[in-house]
Design a protein around this ligand. Structure first.
Ligand SMILES: Cc1cc2nc3c(=O)[nH]c(=O)nc-3n(C[C@H](O)[C@H](O)[C@H](O)COP(=O)(O)O)c2cc1C
Length: 220
């Protein structure tokens, strides 16, 4: 599976098989997390075999089952645009995980914030977590807003690479599927901006990563 297939096949998965992450998959995830942390300055951690974090009323209400592993997206409180950075690198790990046969779900609300077992320094905070494991199912496609609401570049003026990026942006997960972003073009540079909305800055990082991975063009 290549990254574009991973983008198309990724959907939020909330029910997992009751099996631990295989040691070789765990090792690959840990290596990737280390690389992401070195590049970003974040302190992302993988926590395995901890059912408590999703043992909350909201998690059950949200139909989470056997969610026992998660990525905790953590960074220093004083990092400029911590939410966007966490979104960007979190999505990088999500897509690599998809290619390894693992499923995921971004979770900012329906987990036990006080129950997260990741280690947190005094000057750090948790942005959100991502449930990860082998899914009971592979989820389903989300409904999308009409493309004109998400992109202000007329169809006839979209280069091929831009079309690929836009498709990937539209497939990106966003909090409550809000899709509060706008994809534009400034000369040859794709520009993605966040509109107002809860967690819209985390979404922005996620959407930018998807766009860049599919189009091989760096976004601003
Ligand atoms: C930042 C963020 C926070 C999210 N928080 C939750 C959550 O608390 N609970 C939940 O069940 N899903 C959560 N989701 C998953 C979204 O509902 C889901 O991504 C969206 O509906 C699109 O569906 P898809 O991921 O299958 O494409 C979150 C997604 C994002 C990006």
């Amino acid at each position: 599976m290549d990254i574009k297939e991973a983008i198309r096949e990724r959907h939020s998965v909330r029910q997992y098989k009751d099996v631990p992450i295989k040691p070789e998959d765990r090792e690959r995830l840990e290596t990737l997390i280390k690389e992401c942390n070195e590049e970003s300055g974040l302190h992302i951690q993988l926590v395995c075999d901890d059912p408590e974090c999703f043992d909350t009323f909201l998690a059950h209400y949200g139909k989470f089952r056997n969610a026992k592993n998660y990525l905790a997206l953590i960074g220093r409180k004083n990092i400029d645009d911590l939410d966007e950075l966490a979104g960007y690198f979190g999505q990088k790990i999500v897509l690599e995980a998809q290619m390894m046969g693992l499923n995921t779900c971004w979770v900012a609300g329906t987990y036990g914030k006080g129950k997260c077992k990741a280690s947190l320094a005094e000057n750090e905070k948790i942005v959100c977590v991502i449930a990860i494991g082998y899914g009971e199912n592979s989820g389903h496609s989300h409904r999308s807003k009409p493309t004109e609401k998400l992109c202000d570049v007329p169809e006839s003026q979209r280069p091929d690479w831009f079309k690929e990026g836009l498709e990937a942006a539209i497939l990106a997960p966003t909090a409550i599927n809000q899709q509060k972003f706008l994809v534009s073009l400034d000369g040859d540079t794709p520009v993605i901006t966040a509109k107002r909305g809860p967690m819209a800055r985390i979404d922005l990082g996620i959407v930018k990563y998807n766009f860049e991975a599919a189009s091989a063009h760096r976004c601003r």
